[in-house]
Design a protein around this ligand. Structure first.
Ligand SMILES: NCc1[nH]cc(CCC(=O)O)c1CC(=O)O
Length: 308
């Protein structure tokens, strides 16, 4: 069996697509990579929230799934909108990497808890709002571009540090630049952070769907991601909304979902926890969303949307 894999061309995207190739190869499947540019790769002078929240990194790959020129598309799970176009589904989620955000800098002494004033480059509305909430002493600088570009900007002195997902930093081999790992309890990551999602058209042969899923899907990660993504779906939030959610499983095989919303200025942060069985994952996400919305999240979301 041969699988044509669609991927973006950034180094991180290629690492992830090659990781999928390795998993498929272990099961005896051959594969090839088809490189596809997305709007998120082309438009670098505007923040993601201004380009349009949905599918910035995924639309062009989905077009090729429709046409059938690729069998599967590989994405950072975080970049996939919570609701997919009709006829497309996620068929697998890989085992999640450490989901934390990390502070990256050439200055080993930098710390968010030191109270020292410094600047952080990020273009994520979630990270900006959370920094305003938890670390009002730091200033954020808008910074887009792939990891390599951001590190170049850091080295040019455009900021003192970057706030990034550990998963990407680690995959690109920049572990040496990590000066602090942020606690999940405060800096809860974005939905899906650290996992790789495989998307396919429902018309793909069932044999291929089953085999790819068998070789790449991680059941517990999948349950966690279903919980997180159902939370996001209920909020109708893309990656431009400052929402956060992380589901984790316990040794007793229950799933605890924690998540919420933070206002753009950081003044209000709503967070809650729900625990249940993996089979109830989607329901947990829905419950979390309902609870956050009733506690003032609906007003917060309206305000957020008016400002983006
Ligand atoms: N939107 C950018 C993006 N999408 C996925 C990752 C990192 C890998 C991951 O979280 O799975 C990143 C970079 C970052 O947030 O630092």
């Amino acid at each position: 069996m041969h699988i044509r894999i669609g991927t973006r061309g950034s180094r991180l995207a290629l690492w992830q697509a090659e990781h999928i190739q390795t998993l498929l190869q272990a099961g005896g499947l051959t594969s090839e990579l088809v490189l596809i540019d997305t709007k998120g790769d082309q438009v670098l002078d505007r923040s993601l929230s201004k380009i349009g929240s949905k599918g910035v990194f995924t639309q062009e790959l989905e077009d090729q799934l429709w046409v059938g020129s690729i069998d599967i598309a590989v994405h950072s799970a975080k970049d996939l909108p919570s609701s997919l176009p009709n006829g497309l589904s996620i068929i697998a989620f890989t085992e999640r990497e450490l989901p934390n955000d990390v502070l990256v800098s050439r200055d080993k002494n930098l710390s968010l808890t030191s109270g020292r004033e410094f600047t952080i480059g990020t273009s994520s509305t979630r990270r900006v709002a959370m920094l305003k909430h938890y670390c009002p002493h730091v200033t954020t600088v808008d910074m887009r571009g792939n990891l390599q570009t951001r590190i170049r900007k850091l080295d040019e002195g455009q900021c003192d540090a970057l706030l990034l997902a550990y998963a990407g930093v680690h995959r690109m081999g920049y572990d040496d630049l990590i000066v602090e790992q942020l606690p999940l309890s405060d800096f809860t990551p974005a939905v899906g952070q650290g996992s790789i999602a495989i998307e396919a058209a429902d018309t793909l042969s069932i044999d291929k769907i089953d085999r790819v899923r068998q070789l790449t899907n991680h059941g517990l990660t999948e349950a966690c991601l279903r919980a997180e993504r159902s939370f996001l779906a209920r909020l109708e939030g893309g990656c431009s909304i400052p929402s956060f959610a992380l589901a984790q499983w316990s040794p007793e095989q229950t799933i605890t979902l924690t998540g919420g919303l933070v206002s753009l200025d950081g003044s209000q942060l709503l967070r809650e926890n729900f625990t249940g069985a993996p089979e109830e994952a989607s329901m947990l996400g829905h419950e979390l969303a309902e609870s956050i919305l009733t506690r003032g999240g609906d007003v917060l979301l309206t305000e957020i949307r008016a400002h983006l």
